[in-house]
Each structure stands twice: as structure tokens, then as C-alpha cells.
Design a protein around this ligand. Structure first.
Ligand code: HEC
Length: 99
């Protein structure tokens, strides 16, 4: 499916899903390429607390699948197919191409 004459490469497909999955883009909480990002800062007991989306560049395909279907406190639950998750995985595990 991902031959040289594919309309888009698997990297591009994964990148597209990462930015605009069916739901809120991963990019908002995990950074442009999965390196992690600040979601918000707030004060708790007078201390400044930073809420961050973790670095997800090294997670396994198993962890990725599990965390997308799981209910989290902050992260939404997604309904993506296996091939969509594989494309996301491919995107996260491919060194960043210069865009
Ligand atoms: C609203 C913010 C938000 C969005 C959007 C979001 N995440 Fe997350 N994600 C988090 C936070 C916060 C955590 C860590 C705490 C938790 O598990 O809820 C997390 C955890 C994860 C983990 C587990 C990391 C580990 O080491 O176990 C993976 C994998 C992940 N996210 C992938 C994604 C992908 C892929 C998308 C898009 C389809 C996405 N996330 C969208 C906030 C977000």
C-alpha cells in the first residue's frame, strides 16, 4: 500500500493523523513530533504547577494502542483503526523530516 507511487507516504499519513485525528490533535498536548508539550500551568497551594503531555516518541505500538482506547484524566479517548495507529506509530518513530 505504501509503494513509491502512493498518493501520500505513510509518514505523511501518520503526520496528518497526528495533527488531525478524529478528535483533538495529538499535536496540542504532545508537541509537533511527539516530543512532549506544555498543556497548561496553574497554581495549586500557591505553587506553580505545569501540566505536560509526555514525550511519546519511544512508546511501543502496544502502549500506543492501549493508551488511545483507554480513558484518561486529561487525554481524550480515540477511536482509530489499527492501520491508523500504525501510521501514527510510524510517524512518531521516523526521524523528523525537514518540512
Ligand atoms: C488534551 C491533551 C492530549 C491530547 C489531545 C492527546 N494526549 Fe496523549 N497524553 C496526554 C497526557 C496528559 C498524558 C499522560 C497522562 C495520561 O495518561 O493521561 C498522555 C499520554 C499518552 C501516551 C502514553 C505515554 C506513556 O509513556 O505511556 C501516549 C502513547 C499518548 N498520550 C499518545 C497520544 C496520541 C497518539 C494522541 C493523538 C491521537 C494523543 N496522545 C492526544 C495528553 C493528551
Amino acid at each position: 500500500m505504501w509503494g513509491e507511487d502512493s498518493f501520500i507516504t505513510q509518514y505523511e499519513y501518520g503526520q496528518m493523523l497526528y495533527n488531525t485525528p478524529r478528535g483533538i490533535g495529538c499535536v496540542h498536548c504532545h508537541g509537533a513530533h511527539g516530543e512532549g508539550a506544555k498543556i497548561a500551568t496553574y497554581k495549586e497551594d500557591g505553587k506553580r504547577v505545569e501540566l505536560r503531555g509526555p514525550d511519546i516518541r519511544k512508546v511501543s505500538i502496544g502502549t500506543l494502542k492501549k493508551s488511545l482506547v483507554k480513558r484518561h484524566r486529561i487525554m481524550p479517548t480515540y477511536f482509530l483503526t489499527d492501520s491508523e495507529i500504525e501510521a501514527l506509530y510510524y510517524y512518531l518513530h521516523t526521524p523528523q523530516e525537514s518540512e
